[in-house]
Design a protein around this ligand. Structure first.
Ligand SMILES: [Zn+2]
Length: 106
């Protein structure tokens, strides 16, 4: 797998996603930081997550931000549940047309 941004060979890394039994194969570029999941393994992980009981499910609206960007809040319960704070770096992936996967790391 070659990095689409800088054409460097990316490192193949198995990552453990919370609530998924199988590790997910990801590709990481050591040069520019590009990160992507292998489609097959992320789909498997999502199916495993779906099978388990959802810890927290909250209906929210997308909000409009400046410069035609859209945003979503993490409400207090979600932030507390996950220990999120401002400035935290997260990975956002789009595994299919119905999901946004936010990997908050450890
Ligand atoms: Zn790269």
């Amino acid at each position: 797998m070659i990095c689409p941004k800088c054409k460097k060979v990316m490192e193949k890394v198995k990552v453990k996603i919370q609530d998924a039994n199988s590790p997910v194969t990801s590709y990481q570029c050591g040069k520019c930081g590009y990160f992507d999941f292998e489609e097959k393994s992320i789909k498997k992980a999502i199916n495993e997550i779906r099978e388990k009981e959802t810890l927290l499910r909250i209906k929210q609206k997308i909000v409009k931000l400046s410069h035609n960007r859209l945003g979503m809040y993490f409400n207090r319960d979600v932030a507390r549940c996950l220990g999120l704070n401002s400035g935290r770096e997260i990975y956002v992936s789009v595994p299919d047309k119905h999901h946004i996967l936010v990997d908050i790391g450890k």
